[in-house]
Design a protein around this ligand. Structure first.
Ligand code: ZN
Length: 395
């Protein structure tokens, strides 16, 4: 493709997106009003139907990995049969939200002073909107320099238990991944993620031996005592300088104040910056949790979920440069920031695929009732993504 053809294509795609700005907002409204809490498979799949209808309407291919417990994993595909490099470029996003069933009915999509509100209105339904419209724009403008896939998952907010194998499978075959998680804006500059922490989310359950606290104290084996000693050791693993934190955010146990505690549990949130740290911390947490300190107690530790970190690798930096160049062409300034939050981008990066994260539309307060998106950020987010995909295909 010569320079002139590339510029024509870029202009066509930018124009397509501009003329569909209103439709983007309409699709966002439909998606936000579709109940899709992570544990509500029927809701997440119904939300998925809106997406597959969109894809079919725009003559894009649809492939679905059916999931038993959580929402199905959807792929919208723009093939490029003539491309020399057959590895697809992936635009990724999740359609599940942290909100329980019924939230959209109570708090539907609404607009006030240029901001839209509603569950998932920034995390990350507008990112899906930009991904879908970019795919439609590339199709409409005859883009064929690389296959492009919109990968839409349904269980990210709970650690992607079902979609993780699909994400990793797709990432291993892909050229690069653009993850449209929400971004923030400060002083007119869009803040995207230069990297993200990974997390190990685990649970420890301890069994002791119940006994009357007055009559037979010494017969008892306190699960709470065992737990509290372990907690002190676990919290001591925090190393702020290395970016490692261990938070025991939930505990419980016991039967009554006059009974030696027969059971206790805690849940452990550990954040790390590198895969190497992840492996080290996994070993340390497991060792502490499984060591018996008070004879007669027993401990059971298991992983509830995890995210890999999005490391700051040279390949990921190259992708950031591509995005930065694309953004500057539409007059958007960006800066990168490291995030303590986890996302699916860690899985794709750890699978060896260059990845960039948090390039979606901008807003704030996600995971709360005040969540909002700046409506004016949808179009530039879509345009910068579209130009980045074209550039990545040429790189
Ligand atoms: Zn998200």
């Amino acid at each position: 493709m010569n320079l002139e053809m590339k510029m024509t294509l870029e202009n066509d795609v930018l124009a397509f997106l501009k003329t569909h700005e209103g439709e983007m907002l309409t699709l966002l409204e439909q998606l936000v009003n579709a109940d899709s809490g992570s544990y509500d498979k029927a809701g997440v799949d119904a939300c998925g139907d809106i997406i597959t209808n969109f894809l079919r309407k725009h003559e894009l291919e649809v492939e679905i990995d059916r999931q038993e417990i959580y929402g199905d994993t959807i792929r919208g595909i723009l093939p490029a049969h003539a491309a020399n490099d057959r590895r697809p470029i992936i635009m990724m996003g999740h359609r599940d939200t942290v909100f329980p069933k019924g939230t959209p009915a109570k708090r539907p999509f609404s607009i006030k002073y240029g901001r839209a509100y509603g569950p998932g209105v920034v995390d990350m339904k507008p990112g899906l909107v930009t991904n879908l419209f970019v795919l439609a724009a590339l199709k409409a403008c005859g883009f064929d320099k690389a296959p492009v896939t919109a990968l839409i998952t349904g269980d990210e907010e709970i650690g992607s238990p079902a979609s993780r194998p699909v994400i990793e499978r797709e990432a291993r075959l892909a050229r690069c991944v653009f993850n449209s998680e929400p971004s923030m804006v400060k002083d007119g500059v869009k803040i995207i993620n230069g990297g993200r922490k990974g997390g190990l989310f685990s649970r420890l359950e301890i069994k002791g031996k119940a006994a009357h606290a007055g009559n037979s104290f010494t017969v008892g084996r306190s699960a709470i005592h065992e737990l509290s000693r372990k907690i002190v050791q676990l919290e001591a693993l925090t190393d702020l300088e290395a970016g490692i934190t261990v938070n025991i955010g939930l505990i419980g146990g016991g039967q009554s104040s006059n009974t030696v505690a027969p059971s206790a549990f805690c849940e452990i949130d550990c954040r790390i910056v590198t895969v190497e740290q992840r492996n080290m911390m996994y070993g340390k947490i497991k060792a502490i949790c499984e060591e018996v300190l008070i004879e007669g107690t027993s401990s059971h530790w298991f992983l509830k979920g995890e995210f890999y970190p999005l490391e700051v690798t040279p390949a990921n930096k190259v992708l950031q440069d591509i995005y930065r160049e694309a953004a500057s062409e539409i007059g958007m300034k960006i800066t990168t920031q490291f995030s303590g939050g986890c996302a699916d981008s860690g899985f794709t990066s750890a699978a060896g695929c260059p990845t960039i994260c948090s390039i979606g539309p901008s807003g704030g307060f996600w995971h709360t009732d005040d969540e909002y998106v700046e409506i004016s950020s949808l179009l530039p987010a879509a345009q910068a993504l579209a130009l980045s995909v074209i550039k990545a295909a040429m790189a």
